[in-house]
Design a protein around this ligand. Structure first.
Ligand SMILES: Nc1ncnc2c1ncn2[C@@H]1O[C@H](COP(=O)(O)OP(=O)(O)O)[C@@H](O)[C@H]1O
Ligand SMILES: N[C@@H](CCOP(=O)(O)O)C(=O)O
Length: 356
């Protein structure tokens, strides 16, 4: 029996994330207390069988269960192929228990990608460093905010290193080449080596976080794909708008670590001119919610913004959660949109636990 097929069981737990936090578009992310949990079992097998995937919780009615279509297993296979391992183990069963709603701006795809990298690393016993795992995640999810926070946990800022020409080309291959949606040809294998990630693409730092701050997620009952919400953004920005965001982001990263947090400072520092103004066409009610719910009308509120690409609204607060959420509900209802809401904690990053 090869190392790959030796029987074992392990669990992978990856948190949800809220990216941007207002002015930090594609830069900052926060890991939150909703999780994607994979329970992975490899049993003895005499002949190869396709991986068995089961999924419960969020996304159960839409997620593909074919290992060549499912995002998590496609990413795992990419990591394995980059290390000369062309297939999954012979008898692999994966149960995905998911608390992260799909397409709501809470980092479900980032969590699926990070889970896939961790899965590939464990299946192939590759012993990748966290930095190298981030490189693999960034070959798939090409903005660093969600995947970095999901991997390392907490309130995190990240940047992509400027790559030289060869590395830029290696990192810009189409996603279809990184994650082909088909099994290898019988007898002939894949035919092409997968594109290897350049070394050290992503770099990050963890900021402080005041323990008194919780994250209220107000989650509209409709999906908005991140790709669609990125397609409405302009290619260029005015100096005025860029300076507006930079000033606020510089203040915000320290303001959220201060105890007690200062609502006046944070409310203004969570404003944005780079993505939210363009996304309001896709999220009816967004400007009303962010303009009308303020620390003076809602004691306990610190700041309010779009979570990731939306449509979820993220309110950072030390209390008064119900009043904030119910008033946001009323505004969204006026636009014919129902919402759910949850008070979430800021949590640590991804964890792998070996069960036997
Ligand atoms: N646990 C998961 N397993 C497989 N695919 C997933 C999982 N979570 C998310 N996805 C894929 O990612 C898509 C949502 O990604 P995206 O549009 O970026 O929204 P989000 O803001 O939730 O990350 C889903 O429609 C699904 O295709
Ligand atoms: N910076 C990205 C973040 C997308 O986050 P998601 O949770 O909506 O996938 C963006 O704003 O496009």
């Amino acid at each position: 029996m090869t190392e790959l097929n030796s029987p074992r069981s392990f669990t992978i737990r990856v948190p949800a994330t809220s990216a941007n936090i207002g002015p930090g578009f594609d830069v900052v992310g926060l890991s939150l207390s909703l999780h994607l949990t994979l329970t992975v079992t490899i049993t003895p097998a005499h002949a190869p069988v396709p991986p068995q995937i089961t999924h419960s919780g969020e996304g159960a009615d839409e997620v593909p269960l074919d290992a060549y279509k499912n995002l998590t297993t496609r990413v795992a296979l990419y990591v394995l192929r980059c290390h000369g391992i062309p297939t999954f183990p012979s008898a692999l069963a994966i149960h995905c228990a998911n608390e992260i709603p799909f397409g709501r701006g809470l980092g479900s795809s980032g969590a699926a990608v990070v889970a896939g990298v961790l899965l590939g690393n464990e299946l192939g016993r590759l012993h990748l460093t966290r930095e190298r795992m981030l490189d693999f995640a960034l070959m798939v999810e090409r903005h660093p905010d969600n995947v970095t926070a999901a991997l390392v946990g907490g309130f995190v800022g990240s940047y992509l290193r400027e790559l030289d020409a060869a590395a830029t080309e290696a990192a810009s291959v189409p996603l279809s080449e990184v994650l082909p949606e088909y099994p290898p040809d019988a007898g002939e294998g894949w035919g092409m080596d997968p594109p290897q990630p350049p070394l050290g693409i992503g770099h990050y730092v963890r900021f402080g976080w005041s323990g008194s701050i919780k994250a209220l997620a107000i989650i509209p009952r409709f999906e908005l794909s991140t790709a669609k919400a990125r397609s409405v953004l302009p290619e260029q920005y005015s100096r005025k708008d860029l300076v507006f965001n930079l000033q606020r982001l510089a203040v915000l990263t320290t303001a959220l670590a201060q105890t007690p947090p200062d609502p006046e400072l944070i409310y203004e520092a969570m404003k944005d001119r780079v993505h939210q103004p363009y996304r309001k066409t896709l999220i009816p009610g967004l400007p009303e919610v962010t303009n009308n719910i303020t620390p003076s009308t809602h004691p306990g509120l610190l700041g309010i913004c779009l979570s990731g690409a939306g449509p979820t609204i993220l309110a950072l607060a030390t209390g008064g959660f119900e009043a904030i959420a119910e008033d946001a509900r009323t505004i969204f209802k006026g636009h014919g949109i129902e919402v759910d809401w949850k008070v979430l904690e800021v949590v640590g990053g991804s964890v792998v636990q070996h069960n036997q």
